[in-house]
Design a protein around this ligand. Structure first.
Ligand SMILES: NC(=O)c1ccc[n+]([C@@H]2O[C@H](COP(=O)([O-])OP(=O)(O)OC[C@H]3O[C@@H](n4cnc5c(N)ncnc54)[C@H](O)[C@@H]3O)[C@@H](O)[C@H]2O)c1
Length: 338
């Protein structure tokens, strides 16, 4: 079966996902697009075979020719499109964040549970990254002993000087690590503290960059996340789990380490698109395969909701400058099945 996909929001990642659905992956066809910028939607459709341009996301979701929906519009619009897809009974892949508040995420969870069918996958693609999977395998198979600590760094060369707020360092960037460590250790985050180191002078005037975010896991594992968004030298994602008898770290480079003339060198990725290109491919193929077989896969609406709960807690910790406990939320049985 070819899954006929409708894409809502054809900006940067929307176009990148359309490219992979049409040129890299198998089993999918992009049959409809929409964007608040209709000219952009039209130009994308013009480059595809038999692709309809819809005036709104709601209209696209209602199109009988659309089997499944890909939401890649701005975060604040995600809730209405994901709810509409659930209402229409159509599988929906939503880029992170699932929604911009935990209340909105909860409304999505409640709607999905009421529908009785798992329809929502959230785009936390790091779970599909081979280096992270190798670290998790070392944690799970006991080769480093019980995990005690994890050191993470999320380093971006730059962000726009205006419009990117300190809060977005948590809600837009660290949200990836928040989901990642829940997956890595198979347990919940119970408390958080946010620290403000010396400010990078490359950052915009209002931006507290970098931040250090401490995440306490239920078992006592302590995770520190450095988020640096104007570090210039490259896009550098680091992660090292310290266990009782060993450590497991992301490899230094996906390419070759070249040794010559008494030196060694490797490439630092330039962007998130380069660093995670394969993870996005694997993630989206997994979704297409699940939709084609009538099943579900990947990070769920519940994962999206819990990420929002923790990120809201980090915002509170940033605001008051103190450790804040994460309110516990009981997972509906619906999300433990399958
Ligand atoms: N998983 C990841 O690593 C990752 C990476 C980049 C972006 N994202 C997420 O993807 C989403 C999009 O990010 P982007 O960088 O592509 O942004 P972008 O601004 O480049 O693209 C968003 C597009 O959505 C359109 N849009 C906005 N509101 C709309 C609406 N109501 N209906 C239809 N179209 C609408 C905009 O016109 C724009 O073309 C964000 O939620 C972002 O957080 C995730």
């Amino acid at each position: 079966m070819t899954v006929r996909v409708g894409v809502i929001g054809v900006g940067m990642i929307g176009q990148d996902h359309i490219r992979r659905l049409t040129q890299v992956l198998s089993g999918a066809q992009v049959v409809a697009v929409t964007d608040v910028d209709p000219a952009r939607a039209q130009s994308i459709a013009d480059g595809l075979t038999s692709c309809t341009v819809h005036a709104t996301g709601q209209e696209l979701i209602g199109d009988d020719a659309v089997d499944a929906v890909l939401v890649t519009s701005w975060g604040p619009t995600h809730e209405e499109f994901v709810l509409a897809a659930i209402e229409a009974g159509k599988p929906v892949f939503c880029e992170k964040p699932l929604a911009t508040t935990q209340e909105a995420c909860r409304r999505i969870v409640d709607a999905e549970v009421a529908s009785g069918k798992r329809l929502v996958m959230v785009g936390f693609m790091r779970r599909y990254d081979a280096p992270y999977q190798a670290v998790k395998a070392a944690v799970d198979d006991g080769s480093i002993g019980a995990p005690l600590l994890m050191h993470c760094a999320h380093r971006n060369p730059s962000v726009p000087p205006y419009g990117f707020t300190t809060e977005m360092i948590i809600t837009d960037s660290a949200i990836h690590e928040i989901d990642l460590v829940r997956w890595m250790f198979g347990e919940e985050i119970v408390a958080t503290t946010v620290l403000k180191p010396r400010r990078n002078s490359n950052a915009g005037d209002d931006l507290q960059d970098p931040l250090i975010i401490l995440l306490e896991m239920a078992s006592g594992v302590l995770v520190d996340v450095e988020v640096s968004l104007n570090i210039r030298y490259g896009y550098d994602i680091r992660g090292e789990v310290v266990g009782e008898i060993g450590t497991a770290a992301l490899a230094e480079t996906a390419g070759a380490v070249v040794k010559s003339d008494g030196r060694y060198a490797g490439r630092v990725p330039a962007s998130w698109q380069e660093r995670f290109v394969r993870a996005y491919d694997v993630e989206l193929q997994d979704w297409i395969d699940a939709v084609a077989s009538g099943g579900f896969t990947g990070p769920s609406a519940w994962d999206g909701h819990l990420a929002a709960v923790v990120s809201d807690t980090c915002l509170e910790a940033l605001r008051i400058g103190q450790r804040v406990e994460v309110a516990s939320h009981e997972r509906p049985d619906f999300y433990t099945k399958g």
